[in-house]
Design a protein around this ligand. Structure first.
Ligand SMILES: [Zn+2]
Length: 191
């Protein structure tokens, strides 16, 4: 963690963890990759470490992020996918040369074509987004129930009834709000 920058929210789905680097899109938005270094930090945490990143590459990353957000949101509400977002996702997917390799321990690792190729890392994220938007993976795309968030997330719970993108942030906030509201209605009954 780097002092002075907002933390990352880590999920287990690469594409929606990436869209989560901008949170509270409908409230006071929090940009979690404000600098090229922070994008590098995020990529490293997600198994896509690169040794350099330019501001142009950061721009590409954010453009991809917002395109995934737009397309995943449309998919979640069964709307037509926005053409421009689909184009960006496809371009990023096609313009990277990352290879999946198997480690001796049987884990998948991503091998980028060069240590500074942010485009390769973005292609892995774009391909991940394509697999969830195309419905190829076991789960359901949904929108966070928090009105200030409304992030698209991938629900892999057995009942497919998850309501929040993140239980520790949006879920907790909602619970607290409900608790406070019920206390106001019935003063003295709680605590
Ligand atoms: Zn949320």
């Amino acid at each position: 963690m780097r002092a002075g920058f907002p933390d990352f929210r880590l999920g287990n789905v690469l594409a929606t963890s990436f869209t989560g680097t901008l949170s509270e899109r409908h409230g006071d938005a929090v940009e979690r990759i404000p600098t090229p270094q922070r994008l590098m930090d995020w990529l490293a945490v997600n198994g896509l470490a690169v040794e350099g990143c330019t501001t142009a590459q950061l721009d590409l990353a954010r453009e991809l992020r917002e395109s995934i957000h737009a397309a995943a949101t449309a998919a979640a509400i069964h709307d037509a996918l926005p053409t421009s977002a689909v184009q960006v996702i496809n371009d990023r997917s096609a313009q990277g040369r990352a290879a999946a390799v198997l480690t001796p321990e049987g884990k998948r690792r991503w091998l980028l074509s060069s240590a500074s190729c942010v485009e390769d890392a973005l292609s892995v994220i774009a391909a991940d987004a394509i697999s969830i938007i195309a419905g190829e993976r076991d789960g359901r795309l949904a929108l966070c129930a928090s009105p200030t968030c409304q992030a698209a997330f991938f629900d892999t719970s057995q009942s497919r009834t998850r309501r929040w993108c993140d239980m520790n942030t949006c879920g907790n906030r909602q619970k607290k709000a409900r608790f406070n509201a019920s206390r106001r209605k019935n003063p003295g009954s709680a605590d």
